[in-house]
Write a protein that binds this ligand. Structure first.
Ligand code: ADP
Ligand code: MN
Ligand code: MN
Ligand code: MN
Length: 339
């Protein structure tokens, strides 16, 4: 007997990489082998030396095919087995290992928008729906759009064993969110990439697109983000490390270095309106949804917990945002002897 392994990888599309996948039939009990693909069709190689290597790094039950079938997330390698230039997981591996002693964990809030054609699901043909106000966590016809897809996606994430911890309807019609975590950096990012693949794959069945565009509807509509919640063991145990991490993210060139790597089109979303901070100013504050980084009220009350970086776009690469935050904050915490 055999089983189906769906090999997933991240391509070289610019400015925002896309997911790709293909199916391999394996004999029952077989190890997951290295595999290859045509990099010239994914913007990862030239046609005259197009072979690239897929190396399985995370697998889980395939909740769509069921049985013994698997989803297999891969890193992309060159044929000499070094990480390919588009492989952002490899540099995260090094940073995660370097700071593993601080036990960093993340919860990422993935916002997204269902599109029917080029318009958000729930936007009437040729016109606009009632302004924002009733949609966030709403219920009922006319308030939410696409719930059946959301429920099916959630069930599939759970069946796959992904660390999804919640879903909610968002501020704009057709806009939703799911959260993954809290998990260590590699795990949260691997799970998020697989959850994104399941989202696109599930939306296919409804002939709807799940878009990670940070500003899917111009004008007075919220953009789509990926708020990234972060803590180390020291932050979970005391308040000084919380402040150290907030200050570290604001130090010197750090705000720009982070924002530049927080997803394409960030200046269209971080305008300072719609529950965001301006992209070129760094602030942090308690309960402040207009700050770059928010300290949740419960964290300020308990004097321990985590911080929320509200800047990352929905289209951010979770391997990149987790690497930058761990690097910036854990370096500062180590210097401050708060590990
Ligand atoms: P919001 O009020 O910003 O919408 P959510 O409930 O959507 O908040 O998301 C909160 C996120 O914070 C979840 O993904 C959760 O896993 C994460 N989280 C909770 N505690 C911690 C922690 N100690 N460290 C890192 N992330 C955490
Ligand atoms: Mn949320
Ligand atoms: Mn949200
Ligand atoms: Mn949030």
């Amino acid at each position: 007997m055999s089983f189906k392994a769906e090999y997933l990888w991240i391509d070289g599309t610019r400015p925002t990489a896309k997911l790709r996948s293909k199916t391999k039939i394996l004999a029952d009990g077989a190890e997951l082998p290295l595999w290859g693909f045509d990099g010239s069709s994914t913007q990862q190689a030239e046609g005259n030396s197009s072979d690239l290597v897929l190396k399985p790094v995370f697998s889980c039950p395939d909740p769509i095919r069921g049985g013994d079938d698997l989803l297999v997330l891969c890193e992309v390698l060159n044929t000499d087995l070094t990480p390919h230039a588009t492989n952002t997981r490899a540099p995260l591996r090094a940073v995660a290992e370097r700071f593993a002693n601080q036990e960093p964990i993340f919860g990422i809030e993935q916002e997204y928008t269902f599109l029917k054609g080029s318009r958000p699901l729930g936007f009437p043909e040729g016109g606009y729906p009632a302004p924002q106000g009733d949609y966030y966590c709403g219920v009922g016809t006319g308030a939410v759009f696409g719930r059946e897809i959301v429920e099916r996606h959630l069930d599939r994430c759970l069946a796959a064993g992904l660390g999804v911890c919640g879903v909610n309807a968002e501020v704009m019609p057709g806009q939703w969110e799911f959260q993954i975590g809290a998990l260590p950096p590699l795990e949260v990012a691997d799970h998020l990439w697989v959850a994104r693949w399941l989202l696109h794959r599930t939306a296919e069945e409804y002939e709807v697109t799940a878009s990670l565009d940070p500003k899917p509807a111009p004008g007075d509509w919220n953009g789509a983000g990926a708020h990234t919640n972060f803590s180390t063991r020291a932050m979970r145990e005391g308040y000084d490390p919380i402040i150290t991490a907030c200050d570290a993210l604001g130090d010197g060139d750090k705000p720009l270095e982070h924002v530049r790597n927080y997803g394409s089109g960030i200046e269209t979303r971080l305008t300072g309106a719609h529950e965001t901070a301006p992209w070129d100013a760094y602030t942090y504050g308690t309960s402040d949804r207009g700050a770059s980084v928010r300290i949740p009220w419960q964290v300020a009350a308990d004097k321990k917990g985590y911080i929320e970086d509200r800047r990352p776009n929905a289209n951010v690469d979770p391997y990149v945002v987790t690497r930058l935050i761990v690097d910036t904050c854990c370096t500062a915490l180590e210097k401050a002897d708060q590990v």
